[in-house]
Design a protein around this ligand. Structure first.
Ligand code: IDP
Ligand code: MG
Length: 149
């Protein structure tokens, strides 16, 4: 089974209803191997989003991620990476609202930067991103223990 990294972005944590809804959707669809509230400092955020360095939204994005606590989860299921990305929906919120009005980004996204959540886009990205936010996590021993939330 595949694993992926999901991150719920700061504005969603500030909205208790939205945060609960997203967590519930996650629990219905995945094994949650790890979950924790995490403060993604500017430095960590720059490392996390290194592939976007130089883009016009890079500073805005990395500052936003450090504007409050995030919630990071390691998810497991068959075809987990694509499944979580489908539940999130398109990156751009206006597109999400138009084409997939029930996806997480359509429901809880506020702008292209504040688009509610993150999901790894490949196995390699998942491993890289998990190592940044869960440095203690041993991929090989992907314990079957599910975390209670
Ligand atoms: P993804 O999160 O769907 O994988 P990426 O292209 O990897 O999308 O972009 C990473 C993050 O950067 C997005 O989730 C979003 O927060 C932000 N972002 C992407 N494109 C834009 C944009 O055009 N304007 C503002 N922020 C953007
Ligand atoms: Mg991406």
């Amino acid at each position: 089974m595949e694993i992926t990294l999901a991150v719920i972005k700061p504005h969603v944590l500030r909205n208790t209803y939205a945060f609960q809804q997203v967590k519930q959707l996650i629990k219905q669809n995945f094994n949650v191997l790890q979950a924790k509230e995490v403060r993604i400092t500017k430095e960590l955020s720059e490392q996390f989003y290194a592939e976007h360095q130089g883009k016009f939204f890079y500073h805005r994005l990395t500052s936003f991620m450090n504007s409050g606590p995030c919630y990071a989860l390691i998810l497991q299921s068959e075809a987990c990476i694509q499944k979580w990305r489908s539940l999130m929906g398109p990156t751009k919120v206006f597109r999400a609202v138009y084409s997939e009005p029930q996806c997480i980004r359509a429901l809880y996204g506020l702008s292209d930067t504040r688009n509610a959540c993150h999901g790894s886009d490949s196995e390699a990205s998942a491993l890289r991103e998990i190592a940044i936010l869960f440095p203690e996590f041993q991929v090989k021993s992907t314990a079957k223990t599910q975390v209670k939330q």
